[in-house]
Write a new protein. Sequence first.
Lengths: 288, 346
Amino acid sequence: MTSANPSLSPLPMETAAGSSLFAELTQETLALTRRLFVQLLRRPSTLVAGVLQPLIWLLLFGALFANAPSGLLPGGESYGRFFGAGVIVFTAFSAALNAGLPVMFDREFGFLNRLLVAPLRSRSSIVLASVLYILSLSLLQSMAIILVAGLLGYGWPGVAGLLLVLLTLTLLVFAVTALSLGLAFALPGHIEMIAVIFVVNLPLLFASTALAPLSFMPSWLAWLASVNPLTFAIEPIRAAYNGKGFLDAVVLQAPYGSLNGATCLLILFVLALALFLIVRPLLDRKLQ
Amino acid sequence: MEKLGLIELHHLTKRFGGHRKTPPVLALDDLSLQVPAGCLYGLLGPNGAGKTTAMRILCTLLTPDGGEVRVGGHDALADPRTVRRLLGYVAQDVAIDKILTGRELLRLQADLYHLRPAEAEIRLKELIALLAMEDWIDRRCGTYSGGMRRRLDLAAGLLHRPSVLVLDEPTVGLDIESRNAIWEVLRLLRDSGTTILLSSHYLEEVDALADRLAIVDSGRVIAEGTPQHLKQSLGGDRITLRVREFSTDEEAGRVRDLLQACPSVRHVVVNRAQGCSLNLVVEDERAVEAIRASLTAADFPIFALASSRPSLDDVYLQTTGRTLMDAELAVMGQRDPKEERKQQMR
């Protein structure tokens, strides 16, 4: 039998190899990211819910204190304006917290195995694709909320302020994504994953300065809020909205001392880095 | 190129579990196997024999507790990426992304194997034509039937023109038409020089397709060779006899004693699962006449009398002491699919 069909004959190794490391890394990472976006576009409910939920927060919770006595908040701010920064951060935070879910489903359904038998240049591409996807998704959702909040009269940070807002959100999203991806590999299934997300989500919001300033809180809660990563994201954004000097002005009067915007960002950066370093051995082990 | 298809598994052992209450399960027990390049090789054994575990180790999804794996001379444990490029793997539980279309899934796969875009499009066209997928390749995978999924998965495994194709139970649960289509492609691939390792618990499949085969049982290879050779090595012919459609135990016993006295009859077994029919191993076809004569002489009727050459089932029976069907039934109750799914999760 010599009916060698050209479309069927195997290819010698030498021609199969060849292109550069970087080109191949880009190719595989983009392909994996594209898949996540195709999923999002064909099943847009996560995107819609991700915008709708903070929008409802903004409308209902923002209106809750509409008739509160003026001067309730330090600086005489309106509550809606005060709350806007909190909602923006909460939007990005919730989106990032879900980052691990697609990975968890791939683990459970065995799609991950399909990726693992392929000769990927680096299996970090799988993680990187998730990070890219969640970063763009959460920034997109946050932008939608920023625009709506602006239209509702809750303020607008200006162009420089907007850049600072996006930078702050990026740092927070990196940190939370690392955590979520870690959970996606550490937990046994999506039920457990959803349970953890459920338990973490709201308490972190309540124990931050999203809903009320530190001066409203009893000291134990003020302490908690002053070490909550969400607070380190909320306060610089709030300052950006109020048009203060973004980075050098004091934005948080924590019980342990005053922090300026730059320090908050530095803390977020260190947190993101630390979480990635902590989670990395786990990812390496699971992805070998 | 010839060498690239060579598969060598040396003394593989693999244990699963062993935490908490469950004792560890020995999935592979010193399993060794050598598949020559360009060979269509069958792994035959009941569910739970270790076929899937061996294949997952070969495809670098699992690391063995001990042993060595080489594909085309490359060490799969030391250099898994090279081996992954040589291999195409079609797993048993096809995991597909329901929301993507077949074409999008193939494109994703092409990118994971770093095919150039132009090259990938040509490959896609070829494979879509070869596996007759034109009509539905642009529909979402979630709508596919079992046969479509299997064909899509085969195409995905072939995209990068692997030297070695590994298929885990490729036709299980498929209709005859899809099965034949897959068989046809596998034969074409073999003829074009691809090494194929295929696992199955269907005797006919391995008999019809494989150039060589290994019978795997309890994590080890218990027989190996060409189907022809394995069957011939058993020697003798097989005869199935029924004096009535349903005999009593007692009657079957008397017939057995009668036939055991015939000089050309080697061995008689009463098969209670088949209405007390009798399974005989005889020297050659002339024994049929002797049996007919002695039954008539003793006044027994004959309901059915059929003779055949030894089959792979007989080979299995001879080496393990049970039929493949019995082995299947025996493991069915013992396995815990949920636990096995967990082990496959990363």
